[in-house]
Design a protein around this ligand. Sequence first.
Ligand code: UDP
Length: 244
Amino acid sequence: MEKKEISILNIPFYNTSQAGFVDELYNDVRNGERKFVVTANPEIVMHASTDKDFEAVLRQADYIVPDGIGIIMASQKLGEPLKERVTGYDTMVGLLDKPIRCYFLGAKPEISQMVKVKVNEKYPQAEVCGVHHGYFDALESEKIAQEIMATDPDIIFVALGSPTQEKWIVSQISNFEKGVFIGVGGSFDVLTDNVKRAPKIWIKLRLEWVYRLLSNPSRWRRFFAIPQFMLAIRKESKRLKKGE
Ligand code: UDP
């Protein structure tokens, strides 16, 4: 039988397809559930391996899905392949095709205003119950969470970048009775056409991360996590082969 969860360097990944995951979250919405979703890449896994507090944040997730191709390749190398990439962006647009009430927290003020216009235009089934930009200080978090709660959303898309978005969700979610909270990184910038997603062929060739690096070279520092991740996977694979 197919495994529902596959562990990569101690992080339990949810083994599902992109379409299946959108359906599952939509089902959670209809059942009025409260859920925390992490869309993880190798950087996040490496971060958790060196920062116990962040690892504890991830442990509170209801679903951790493989956003980066590096995670899929690692699962293959470790002999338990995950089905496919489940990205924050595709999950977000998949859900926007449904009749849901959604709140958008994150991105620069001008982009956050554009989100509302864009969603109304492109995804008329979804109802935008509110937006708030992502440049606020920690003291305002509580107040923003109260504002979000008052709008009664089914889904809260949180685009503050990792690890800020995951930490923000964990600090606020327990006050909510329901709501699917999902960290979606730079997705609002893409949704509003302010950042281009890699062309399909780059994604197919598993090179979306190279495209992102080339189009935004200031990200290079983050990509140091990739060779470290590959090394850790190689070690883990050797350990498994030895049957340790
Ligand atoms: N961002 C934010 N508040 C901050 C820092 C970042 O709202 O204090 C937003 C930023 O404008 C961008 C997103 O968070 O829209 C993060 O994008 P990035 O590509 O850095 O995140 P990743 O996808 O790598 O997690």
